[in-house]
Design a protein around this ligand. Structure first.
Ligand SMILES: [Zn+2]
Length: 294
């Protein structure tokens, strides 16, 4: 599917998956995809699982990852989840243009929820002059996440090869939103039908969202999983995951919820439009892209 936007309904909510573009992760800037995404996977099992996904370990030289933001129009509120990676290569930063193509201006957005502080999720917070891109929005973030990126902690704990680029984006895109910011200390219903779920691990204050309307549920998992193989192998963490042990525990909790509650799932880095279900298969889970969309 090449389309940049995808509309779907959730009860009485109108939702749109909006592409910000894609980014190719490859050496020398990043480790090879298999190591970037599955840092601790035993080679033989990884080979086998990749083959089931039509990938050859030795030939997999770059991971072209979609960046997909989400618009939720609740009828009362126009909500945007994450702002993309404006500035990271020529294939990103398409969020505003794609919103416009759906008749949405930046001024229309009244709530911006930031799932975490990585550059691909906050990069569109501000414009080229460093002002908030969504002037009428309140921005929402988990307090622990905000504190991490706005203290010495990030500089001390991030791996050297990603430190400067991550901190650069944080410095450009976080301080300017301070006047429009609400920080969360606990799981909260941000707006009627939009509930935060603590989902730490990928970053210290990463959050997921449960969006509910008309008896339907959408779980916005953001970077709890980066690739459909993480649904099958929640113990295989990514090199960019901050706390691997916490990542696995969070994944198991969120995937259990997704499978048992038969929720529609939206994953930021999955093939566009990032929608599908988590199905239980014996002791394991599997990702099933929403069939209307594949
Ligand atoms: Zn991400």
């Amino acid at each position: 599917m090449n389309s940049q936007t995808y509309r779907f309904k959730l009860g009485s909510f109108q939702c749109i998956a909006v592409s910000d573009g894609t980014h190719a992760y490859a050496p020398p800037t990043f480790p090879p995809p298999a190591i970037l995404l599955f840092a601790n996977a035993p080679r033989e099992s990884l080979k086998q699982v990749l083959r089931e996904h039509n990938l050859q370990l030795e030939q997999w030289s770059e991971w072209v990852s979609p960046y997909i933001c989400l618009v939720i129009d609740t009828g009362e509120h126009e909500v945007l989840v994450d702002t993309g990676a404006d500035g990271l290569g020529s294939n990103t930063g398409k969020l505003l243009r794609n919103l416009k193509s759906e008749g949405i201006e930046a001024e229309d957005i009244d709530t911006v929820i930031l799932t975490h502080g990585h550059l691909d999720h906050i990069g569109g917070n501000t414009d080229s002059e460093g002002k908030p891109s969504f002037p009428n929005a309140r921005y929402i973030m988990w307090r622990r996440e905000w504190d991490f990126w706005n203290s010495e902690e990030a500089a001390l704990k991030l791996e050297e090869h990603v430190r400067e680029v991550l901190l650069g984006y944080a410095r450009k895109n976080l301080p300017p939103i301070q006047g429009q910011l609400d920080l969360l200390d606990r799981e909260t219903e941000i707006l009627p039908g939009i509930q935060t779920i603590a989902a730490p691990g990928h970053t210290p204050g990463h959050i997921a969202l449960a969006v509910c309307s008309g008896g339907q549920q959408l779980l916005c998992v953001s970077d709890v999983v980066l690739h459909p193989i993480h649904v099958e192998r929640p113990e295989w963490y990514a090199a960019v995951d901050f706390d691997p042990q916490q990542v696995e525990a969070t994944r198991r909790r969120i995937l259990t919820k997704a499978a048992t509650e038969k929720a529609l799932v939206f994953a930021f880095h999955f093939p566009f439009p990032g929608l599908g279900r988590v199905v239980q298969k014996g002791d394991e889970w599997q990702w099933q892209p929403d069939e209307k969309m594949s």
